[in-house]
Design a protein. Structure first.
Length: 773
């Protein structure tokens, strides 16, 4: 099959190599557009000669253009041993525009496979009446504190003895789920948060914890394993290439100093003889000190005896045999443990009493007392708020600030790999003449194709680039940006959420506010502000939930995104940068996060987000757009308008750009219309079109206006670099670390165990020797 596919690809390459022939690439944007009217006589003769070769040689021989000759003669080559330069030129001609031609290449391969009648293996997954229940703790009882862990251990022992039934609450996750996952189709699993999407996939994959009861799973032969998206060079590039699976096995070893065999008590001598380290040490020592390079053999023997080691030469071979046996034994035990034993750290489900009542209400239709009381309270508060006729302000005020950047260029040192390819320049330019404004109360979207420099621009403006060379002007409300003061009034939400797993949501926000709010803010005000932020980002019902580890336990991906935003909001910033806040989320979760972002903007803050491929609803929730092309150049900076009409009118005015179809995503249409392939097809440069447009002149006037300080305003100034003193920072870190240790029972149990065993070993080993050694 592989040989046939190679030959078919080689046939498609021939079309790009025949000058004046039937398959010459001419007047076509497709790498596979070929004419079949004329035949090149010379090439036809060569192909006729190849057809007479034996089958083995014929399948591996092709005719390619000689890249070393000026006229590009045709040579017979072995497709298995093509030079690197020839491969590169072939790929450049075959896939000139990767975003377009690569799909056509794959389609050709698929057509070839179908044409020769090769059927790829297919697996169909069926599941009928799938039910899944879980026993969960309610409220703070699920937090893995040392007390709760001890109570769980005692309850587990009592349940094994049938003396205690436990106090867990049964919760239904999947109820009578049936369906078919057919091969050759991309199946989309949708549902609101906490509806059981991930649990269903785990059930089909057979990866659920045994404490969950899976009933009625008839057939689950094989299913697709999930993919993990990781940040790379730019947000979009690695997301297309970092799909994989990884199996990680942790190994732990305890190294102890050598104890002389003369001083080991009889009841501990077995530990010495079963230690593989003892055999390794003796084998290495015997091999070294009994070597012939020593002047006298007695010197090495005496040295071994002085260290309590064996001096017989056969210890070398004994050590090798014992170590090999231990290697086999440990691998067998390790394999059996992976196959039969459950993981030590089991995911712990956490559900609040309010959520439990809501689930019961949705199942039974009977409304709980607590829910009705909260609804009545919320109705009263809504009426009072609406009666006031305005939006209630937050406890802590902030100063709205605008950011202006004009003609910003960013360079890095030229990589050594590029210099080896013949590039003589010393610096590589990533941003070229970037200009724009970010204003308070305006949600700005930063978009572009992969490698356009979206994250690079945001990192430069936020002051997070520690290397490279920055040129241009960056001002904050008319005053030059100083990173020391700018860090106090800005926030940055990373794409990859990093949180302490063993603290709750409320404690995470308290910790951030404690360190970042001014020292003049007292504790009561800080608590009130944190509660307001939690309500703003819709995390109030998860106040006592443990953050947990991503993909293991704790908060979901969407909830972690909102927590990341809240951690920055409690610092009361004026400007917030968000790097792809909706990446890795489904449509519903992304809508919840964007609602949180919009609530943040409505407070009057300046918010800038990078987005890779938004849906229509998410894209139209932004107020303004900054669009970049590959190479770090801007091609559109301005408002979106209702239903993105301003953006559509701007690009449809460019000659050759196709009009958007009804119902099509404006973001997708915009990226397709401004891609590298579109520029080559139209013969235009969208960056030049933008610089010569009236929109560019309007933006320059806006830059001049916002780049001038308002009369009576003052530059940002803080008495100290940090909000809190060193002692306060130390106390806050100790407070957080205390909770991290307290809620990590596995770590504490290991510490207690090793402390007890070590004390027992040393105590009994030196028993009776006190005062003499």
């Amino acid at each position: 099959m592989s040989s046939s596919i190679e030959l078919d690809v080689g046939e498609s390459w021939r079309g790009s190599l025949r000058q004046g022939s039937t398959r010459l690439f001419e007047r076509s944007t497709s790498a596979f557009s070929q004419s079949r009217n004329n035949h090149d006589e010379e090439e036809a003769l060569k192909w006729a000669a190849i057809e007479k070769l034996p089958t083995y040689n014929r399948l591996r021989t092709s005719i390619l253009k000689n890249v070393h000759q000026e006229n590009g003669g045709l040579d017979e080559v072995d497709v298995r041993h093509i030079e690197l330069e020839t491969r590169q030129q072939l790929l450049d001609r075959l896939v000139k525009v990767a975003d377009e031609d690569n799909e056509r290449l794959l389609q050709r391969l698929r057509q070839r496979i179908d044409r020769v009648g090769i059927k790829l293996p297919e697996v169909e997954v069926r599941y009928e009446h799938l039910n899944l229940d879980a026993d969960v703790h309610v409220g703070g009882r699920a937090l893995p504190t040392l007390f709760n862990w001890t109570a769980n251990m005692v309850e587990g022992v009592l349940q094994l003895l049938h003396l205690y039934k436990g106090n867990k609450t049964a919760m239904t996750i999947l109820r009578n789920s049936s369906g078919v996952v057919k091969p050759g189709r991309m199946t989309l699993l949708l549902g609101p948060p906490a509806s059981g999407k991930t649990t269903l996939l785990l059930a089909l994959a057979g990866k659920l914890d045994k404490s969950l009861r899976v009933l009625g799973l008839d057939i689950c032969a094989e299913t697709m394993v999930g993919d993990a998206m990781q940040r790379g060079i730019s947000g979009g590039q690695k997301k297309r290439v970092t799909t994989g699976e990884m199996i990680v096995g942790a190994s732990k070893a305890l190294f102890m100093d050598e104890i002389s065999t003369e001083d080991i008590k009889g009841w501990w001598i077995w530990g010495y003889w079963i230690s593989p380290l003892m055999y390794a040490q003796n084998g290495i020592a015997v091999n070294e000190f009994l070597a012939s390079r020593w002047l006298k053999e007695n010197i090495g023997v005496q040295l071994l005896h002085s260290r309590g080691l064996f001096s017989d030469s056969w210890w070398y071979w004994l050590s090798i045999g014992v170590l090999f046996g231990y290697n086999v034994l440990f691998n067998v035990l390790y394999t059996l443990a992976l196959h039969y034993l459950d993981p030590l750290g089991k995911p712990q489900a956490l559900i609040s009493k309010e959520d439990l009542e809501q689930k019961k209400e949705s199942t039974t239709g009977i409304q709980g007392v607590g829910i009705s009381q909260r609804q009545r309270g919320s109705n009263v508060s809504n009426k009072s708020d609406s009666g006031e006729g305005g939006k209630k302000g937050m406890v802590l005020p902030f100063q709205p600030l605008a950011m202006v950047f004009d003609n910003v260029n960013y360079y890095v040192d030229m990589p050594a790999a590029m210099k080896q390819q013949g590039i003589t320049e010393d610096r590589l330019q990533l941003l070229r003449g970037v200009s724009g404004t970010f204003r308070p109360g305006v949600l700005t979207c930063l978009m572009g194709v992969s490698g356009a420099g979206k994250t690079t621009l945001m990192d430069v403006l936020a002051g997070r680039k520690t290397g490279g060379y920055i040129e241009g002007s960056i001002t904050i409300s008319g005053y030059p940006k100083k990173q020391e003061t700018f860090a106090r009034i800005s926030g940055y939400c990373e794409q990859n959420d990093i949180h302490s797993p063993y603290v709750t949501v409320h404690e995470s926000l308290i910790y951030s506010a404690w360190l970042r709010l001014p020292k003049e803010v007292d504790r009561e005000t800080r608590e009130m502000f944190v509660d307001e932020v939690m309500e703003l980002v819709e995390l109030s019902n998860l106040k006592g939930a443990l953050v947990g580890l991503p993909g293991v336990n704790g908060l979901s991906t969407e909830q972690r995104k909102r927590l990341t935003i809240a951690v920055e909001l409690v610092a009361n910033p004026s400007i917030i940068f968000m790097d792809e806040p909706t990446s890795g989320l489904d449509a519903r979760a992304a809508a919840i996060v964007m609602r949180t972002v919009r609530n943040t903007v409505d407070t009057g803050r300046t918010v800038v987000c990078t987005i890779h491929q938004p849906s229509i609803d998410i894209f139209e929730s932004f107020d303004e757009l900054v669009l970049m092309k590959r190479g770090g150049q801007m091609i559109y900076v301005g408002p979106l308008g209702r239903h993105s009409q301003y953006l559509i009118d701007y690009f449809e005015a460019v000659e050759g750009v196709p009009q958007i179809t009804a119902g099509y995503n404006p973001a997708t249409w915009m990226l397709e219309s401004t891609s590298v392939g579109a520029e080559l097809r139209l013969g235009v440069d969208f960056a030049d079109i933008y610089r010569n447009s009236s929109l560019y002149q309007q933006n320059q006037a806006k830059i001049m206006e916002l780049g001038t300080p308002v009369p009576g305003s003052k530059d940002l100034y803080f008495k100290s670099q940090f909000s809190q003193s060193f002692l306060t920072q130390t106390w806050a870190c100790l407070w957080k670390q205390n909770w991290s240790y307290w809620r990590n029972p596995e770590y504490n149990a290991v510490r207690f165990f090793f402390t007890l065993v070590t004390a027992l070993m040393f105590g009994t080993n030196f028993l009776g020797n006190l005062g003499r050694k």
